[in-house]
Design a binder for this molecule. Structure first.
Ligand SMILES: Cc1cc2nc3c(=O)[nH]c(=O)nc-3n(C[C@H](O)[C@H](O)[C@H](O)COP(=O)(O)OP(=O)(O)OC[C@H]3O[C@@H](n4cnc5c(N)ncnc54)[C@H](O)[C@@H]3O)c2cc1C
Length: 416
């Protein structure tokens, strides 16, 4: 691949002058963590002719990552969108149902249907394996089954021009700095692949809000196979979350997975990290993806965010503007943070009526645009006077609005 290869989704986003000069600025980079953020960083830096070494502590053949299997913004991933490459189902829409509770007497409080143009339900381990094979073919030195230690990570700043921390949350940079508590929030989620009859839903995907601080989902990969799961904000995590997952499957009519098939993961709720911490200029360390704390705080969605942060980093590297990375990343993400923070307030307050109203109002917007271009969602909200009146009458929603627009995020309060 060359910097002139415009069929490459990373290269095509560079402006022509950057493409012309990029080869002259190539340097050396080490990427630590080889999931979606790390693979995107390795791919993009290599496309700019950087010498890149990628460390992944797991083996791609055995990597167990069946979390985060709905990939929105998948056009940014330079792989054929076929089942062989892990892209199992292209859902035309994501359905979102808001219920008043999680018991048999629950009622539907609202519903949104979000069309998607380039989202896929994937076998994510396959996508990552294939992408790792591709970056290796492009010249990245991929060292799988090789975990980086804190001592090595410290030395990398001496050895490479750029250290990309793509290790998820809490990141290696936080571990090295002894600041693993610097992330202000996280979600815990359980999920599993199950076999069963999903023909009623397939090819669409379904997300259910059931009036707890979290949600459950069914992402069919075919009519007979789906990833199902449930997640909670950390302060709402039930004592026996395995049992709660079983109960969610039963009430929603999904097959109940064996406990041995259940995966448990944590994800940040962005902006859970002080955005300034995304770039350590002294040591040339950039955090991307979950390491930068940028997953969506409402939906927990973080793959397109991870890829976007890595491509942005590489773009700035090509322009010799790495010192702008933290502020540019924040500028790109802040409207998404704001929308997600405000909507999440309806969940925190136990107001399915408000959340249901929001879903009704924003229904029909492309699922990726809800994150990338939240102005469309905001403009829908202002056209719903009854909903606006409810929001205005709710003091905590108003204070959230104020916090969001004054950038008064939790990590500031936590570390004040
Ligand atoms: C249950 C669940 C469901 C989700 N569903 C979705 C979804 O449907 N859609 C979506 O967009 N997002 C989803 N998310 C969020 C999404 O999975 C994350 O935002 C995304 O994985 C972030 O990617 P990442 O590459 O930054 O980090 P991670 O995926 O956490 O990857 C970090 C990588 O670094 C490696 N690593 C860590 N430490 C070291 C080390 N010391 N040396 C070498 N390697 C190391 C790890 O092995 C891992 O491969 C979900 C999350 C969870 C928990």
């Amino acid at each position: 691949m060359t910097v002139s290869d415009e069929s490459d989704p990373f290269v095509s986003r560079l402006d022509p002058s950057t493409r012309r000069t990029a080869r002259k600025t190539g340097g050396s980079a080490v990427v630590v963590g080889g999931a979606m953020a790390g693979l995107a960083a390795a791919h993009a830096l290599r496309a700019l002719d950087w010498e890149v070494v990628l460390y992944e502590r797991q083996s791609y053949a055995e990597k167990r990552v069946n979390c985060g299997e709905a990939m929105t913004g998948a056009d940014a991933i330079p792989l054929p969108k076929t089942a062989e490459y892990g892209f199992a189902n292209k859902p035309p829409a994501f359905e979102v149902d808001v219920f008043t509770g999680d018991t048999g007497s629950r009622t539907l409080a609202g519903k949104g249907v979000f069309p998607s143009t380039d989202a896929y339900v994937t076998d994510r381990n396959v996508v990552e394996r294939k992408w790792a094979e591709q970056v290796a073919e492009d010249g990245v030195d991929v060292r799988e089954s090789t975990g980086v230690t804190k001592a090595q990570f410290r030395e990398f700043s001496e050895e490479f021009d750029l250290v990309v921390d793509a290790t998820g949350q809490p990141s290696m940079a936080s571990k090295v700095d002894g600041t693993t508590d610097e992330y202000a929030g996280r979600m815990t989620a359980l999920n599993a692949d199950v076999e069963g009859d999903f023909s009623d839903l397939y090819p669409n995907s379904l997300i259910l809000f059931e009036n707890y601080l979290g949600y459950s989902w069914a992402f069919p990969k075919s009519e007979t196979r789906a990833n199902v799961g449930i997640g909670w904000a950390q302060d709402n995590l039930p004592d026996d979350y395995y049992e709660s997952f079983v109960a969610a499957c039963e009430r929603n009519g999904w097959p109940v997975p064996d406990r041995s098939a259940m995966n448990v993961y944590t994800i940040p709720r962005g902006p859970s990290l002080d955005p300034d911490r995304a770039w350590d200029a002294e040591n040339c360390i950039a955090r991307v993806g979950d390491a930068a704390g940028i997953a969506n705080r409402f939906t927990g969605k973080g793959i397109s965010q991870a890829v976007e942060s890595s491509y942005l980093l590489a773009e700035l590297a090509a322009e010799d503007r790495l010192d702008d990375y933290a502020s540019e990343l924040y500028d790109r993400m802040k409207n998404e943070y704001r929308l997600a923070y405000i909507v999440r307030g309806a969940l925190e307050d136990g107001r399915p009526d408000i959340l249901g109203g929001v879903m009704d109002a924003v229904s029909g917007i492309d699922v990726e645009s809800v994150d990338r271009e939240p102005k469309y969602a905001f403009s829908r909200l202002v056209r719903h006077p009854v909903l606006l009146a409810k929001l205005a009458a709710n003091p905590t929603m108003l204070s959230r609005l104020l916090d969001a627009y004054t950038d008064n995020w939790e990590f500031r309060k936590q570390h004040a």
